[in-house]
Write a protein that binds this ligand. Sequence first.
Ligand code: MRU
Length: 364
Amino acid sequence: MRIDGRDYRTIWLDPDGRRVHVIDQTRLPHRFETLALDSLDDAARAIRNMVVRGAPLIGVTGAYGLALAVARDASDAAIEAAYARLLATRPTAVNLRWALDRVKALLLAAPAETRAARAYAEAGRIAEEDVACCESIGDHGATLIRAAAEKNPGRPLNILTHCNAGWLATVDWGTALAPIYKAARAGVPLHVWVDETRPRNQGASLTAFELFSEGVPHTVIADNAGGHLMQHGRVDLIVVGTDRTTRAGDVCNKIGTYLKALAAHDNGVPFYVALPSSTIDWRIADGVADIPIEERDAREVTHIAGLGSDGVVSEVRLTPAGSPARNWAFDVTPARYVTGLITERGVCAASKEGLARLFPELAA
Ligand code: MRU
């Protein structure tokens, strides 16, 4: 993506191929700053503190975190410890486990002196594959958006999205936003309703930043506005991302997604989920029972940060100091409320059969 006349991905290496750089997403949309990750500690902290976030990007950062660890100590014990450390940073997005498993298996099978180079190479491959998957999701989803727009000629298609599933959540392109970028670039008239996505405001801060930078018409709305807009025919399509999708098509995504799916179902609005296959957890079928839901610091609920008229970003308290708060970060939308899954191999039903048709070798 292009920011201030420069092309960026969300994660990249120094020219010497060792140090890892990321965009500090906690500073957006007010400041565009990058951060260097030099060690396992840096990578683990970046994931846990949401300097990087979004399921695919968390996975790639985890892979580079293992590479940073192995560059210092290539022993089996160090690899196992780094793996455990990174896996514990965020529990819900399955891409983290997927990427760590992939790099760890390769490293443990390799001679110690080759491990650092192999780890960087594998992390780089995972990053490149993510870009290719997201671009392909963009192509399949754009076809769907174009078809929906053709059914509603003479006005922009209204698409609602929740959280941020754009290029900032992946290495490039994004999942839910990739089809929107592709369709908008192809001249399909569209407008995006952006859920602010409390408490971390990924919609208001990141999705709005992305769409604004790309020149895509959009409007930020309060999280609770979607149902009202759907009742009044002002949402044609919903596209969201996911942090973990079960083999039966249950979809875990940012807290509040489920309520949007229920409102979409009640109002006959198609509800699509865009995902690379690295987000499918083939081990589980029942998302509500089996997906671990991250609970984050209640301070994310009780406080909010913003840019003051003095140009300073600061945090203010929203709640009475004595009121307890809880902060579940994700929820699960059962497959029955999902119209379709947009993957790198095409669009399928949110079901065991739909996923197995597209990914027979993984479903087996
Ligand atoms: O807590 P976050 O910001 O990591 O959550 C991100 C989301 O929920 C995204 O919608 C999801 O990862 C899909 S991203 C391509």
